[in-house]
Design a protein around this ligand. Structure first.
Ligand code: PEP
Ligand code: MN
Length: 340
């Protein structure tokens, strides 16, 4: 946002009024002697009309958004009959990291449903760091996942890791997951978008929020029905926790950008003993759901055993939703974030 002052106005006086609104600026003085105030990125989101109404302000220029479709997306979206977002009860999406067998998926689906979960998760195609690690059971796993979910009244969320998988995954899933490693894979975003399915867009482990929102725009522009953002932790320097859950990003997406956002405390923590407290933090910050890994025999899990929550502890996650929730920003506040 660039604020142009009327001729002869003292920038210090206007800056003072702006600070009262939570807006911090840098003063630029043009050759004609006119002062312009450039809004700093750490400023609060405010209505451009409120700034324009300040005494001494001549005009306010807001840069066009690079993600207009995301900005226009409803704060609460419908995913196969489940409301996810502002005003809806928090949604639990749970299941193992990988779809390992038909029997295990049926067992775990029953536990997820009993815990109040609405979506069954599990990777049929796994984006593993090592090519020697388990890569997923592929198409067979999609069928096991779908059948187990249907048998227990659950929806399906599962990942497409490559363009050629998108149509098949979309045919079996209610919500197509884009993994953290693929958030910047624009060809994949396009391929998932054209399926028309809603997408769960995990944040890249080193992605800025603007990059994340723009990745969401790719999905919508190519036809995705909706985008649900998923904060799963950023890469940090300390391996004691696997990643760093960015609770500030959850608050920003939920309350300023008014987007449907869920948290993945499993990949953020990397260890089961921190999942419940991180889930609480995420919900308090404004997350509308939690995607959590669970396994009935974590010691035998084919991937991510240490972070698998025992199914008996799943129900406690939704009880965390009883925490008081933060007050959302006023309608439309995100329109004025063009300073970022
Ligand atoms: C997963 O959900 O199993 C997964 C691989 O997640 P992420 O992309 O967040 O690492
Ligand atoms: Mn995993």
């Amino acid at each position: 946002m660039l604020i142009t002052l009327a001729p002869g106005v003292d920038p210090a006086r206007v800056r003072h009024a702006l600070v009262a609104l939570g807006i911090w600026t840098r003063t630029l003085v043009a050759a004609d002697g006119r002062a312009r105030l450039l809004v700093e990125p750490h400023s609060a989101a405010v209505d451009a009309a409120d700034v324009a109404a300040l005494d001494g302000v001549e005009s306010v220029a807001v840069e066009p958004s690079t993600h207009p479709r995301i900005d226009a997306q409803a704060a609460c979206v419908d995913i196969a009959g489940v409301a996810l977002g502002a005003g809806a009860p928090p949604v639990l999406l749970a299941g193992p990291c990988s779809v390992e067998s038909e029997e295990r998926m049926h067992r775990l689906a029953g536990r997820v449903a009993a815990a109040g979960g609405r979506f069954l998760r599990g990777g049929a195609y796994k984006p593993r760091t090592s090519p020697y690690s388990f890569q997923g059971h592929g198409e067979a796993a999609l069928l096991w996942l779908r059948n187990a979910a249907d048998a227990h009244g659950l929806r399906v969320v599962t990942e497409a890791t490559a363009e050629h998988e998108a149509a098949l995954v979309a045919a079996h899933a209610d919500l197509v997951q884009i993994g953290s490693r693929n958030m910047h894979n624009y060809a994949l975003l396009r391929a998932v978008g054209v399926t028309g399915k809603p997408a769960l867009l995990k944040r890249g482990m080193a992605a800025t929020i603007e990059e994340w929102l723009s990745a969401g725009e790719y999905l919508l522009v190519h036809g995705a029905k909706a985008v649900v953002f998923c904060e799963r932790g950023l890469r940090g320097f300390d391996a004691t926790t696997r990643n760093v859950l960015d609770v500030g990003a959850i608050a920003l997406l939920a309350h300023v950008h008014r987007q449907p956002v869920v948290a993945d405390p499993s990949h953020a923590a990397g260890r089961r003993d921190l999942i419940l407290p991180l889930a609480r933090a995420a919900l308090a910050a404004g997350a509308s759901g939690l995607i959590v890994e669970t396994h009935d025999e974590p010691g035998c899990a084919l991937s991510d055993g240490p972070q698998a929550l025992p199914p008996a502890e799943l129900a406690a996650l939704l009880r965390t939703a009883e925490l008081p929730r933060a007050v959302p920003a006023p309608e439309g506040a995100n329109e004025h974030r063009a300073r970022a």
